[in-house]
Design a protein around this ligand. Structure first.
Ligand code: ZN
Length: 98
């Protein structure tokens, strides 16, 4: 199983959670963009751009692998327990394909 480079975010709930189960499994970077995922429900949601410096430690190979994983997930709108700090409506269904 290809787990990719999943980064666990210590603060759930800040950038949205799975709309089905209310949790997340951390995020994957694709260059500077961060995607949260729920493995159980195979859902992903866009978290933001260049919010975490973690992408700097990754390579193009990591991002390609992450993209591959993300392509198997369905894009959804995250559920927020608190008000999102980012402006809403930014969760466009922009698809990034290699
Ligand atoms: Zn879920």
């Amino acid at each position: 199983m290809n787990a990719g480079k999943l980064i666990e975010f210590p603060e759930p709930n800040r950038l949205g959670d799975c709309p089905v189960c209310g949790r997340n499994n951390g995020y994957l970077n694709v260059f500077k963009t961060h995607w949260y995922i729920c493995r159980k429900h195979r859902l992903k949601w866009y978290a933001g751009y260049d919010l975490f410096p973690t992408w700097r430690q990754e390579t193009r190979k990591d991002w390609e692998r992450n993209l591959n994983i993300l392509s198997q997930y369905t894009e959804v709108l995250a559920r927020y327990r608190t008000r999102p700090s980012q402006d809403e409506g930014k969760t466009s269904s922009r698809r990034r394909r290699p």
